[in-house]
Design a protein around this ligand. Sequence first.
Ligand code: GLU
Length: 375
Amino acid sequence: MGARRQLGRIRRLVVKVGSGLITTPEAGPDRRRIAALAADLAAVRADKVDTVLVSSGAIATGMARLALPRRPRSMPETQAAAAVGQSALMRHYETAFKRHGVSVGQVLLTAQDIGDRARYLNARNTLLALLGFGVLPIVNENDTVATEEIKVGDNDNLSALVASLIEADLLVLLTDVEGLYTANPATNPDARKLDTVEAITEDVTRLVWAGAGAGSVGGMATKLQAAQKAATAGVPMIIASGRTEHVLARLLHGEPLGTYFAPRADRLGARKRWIAFAVAPQGRLTVDAGAVRALTLGGKSLLPSGVVKVEGDFAAGEVVAVCDEVDGREFARGLVNFDAPELLRIRGAKTREIEPRLGYKSFEEVIHRDNLVIL
Ligand code: GLU
């Protein structure tokens, strides 16, 4: 509860709304719900909180406009629905926010915009410039062009990336449930809402139950992934019901609504956050138990001697996943100093053997600890 009291002091907020909240299967955008959201957000903004809205609902709106009874199965049809829906959705937002004197700006992102360091910084600068102009940026994934393999895929994760990108003080996921429950509240009368989650342990992930509706993508699973990303970025996150009146204003006044996810105290720096989440790893290094210990407990760099397996075709300077030999689990990520063929030659080697094996002088570390993130 103490942590929630800090929420009164936040200056930069990211709010994500799900499709289920702001659209209906028949009509698409739910005017009433959007009007309530606009009023709530406008009040928060009037309190000098810079706000970014991440809104789903393009596909659901497009489905309603095109009178599609269910989510299209093919990618081009889904993308077409998103194209129709996104513009209609923005028009609704524009009208709703205009009533409060708030201008909106549409920002459509793809995973590549976040995965490429230069584009990442560019997206950040654009969002900050919009906030500087007093505009409310409304973000969605660029569903019309992004194909399945290169998608973030859901706006829960996207909103956490955006919160990390602009170094928000709080991320709020508004959905149609009150928070994270100990069981599915729709079927289990003993289900209890959690007030605070200090850390996303296995016990917490076990609570996930599928709650996604027809038009939406994310259930609790993607919300917990988002919580994990936000926590690592040092951003507190709240899952709350968007059906609660003035939910945002009340949260910022410290009312114990929803479920609060505490951030990690050791907030990662901007570059490490990018290494950890923004970019998909280009390869995979499996390391022995000694290396796992040295990296996770000793805060050491990864040396060639600890590497047992090298997979993928990565170049030096790219991000690779670091996995535990015992269970194959990815426990770290980092920028690698060698390309894959070099690393295959020096895998398992002692430091003094690196130069003779490669035939030239090079780095001592496979991943320097400054470029390594423990997940
Ligand atoms: N980008 C999708 C849309 O606007 C939604 C993704 C999600 O619901 O997480 O329709």
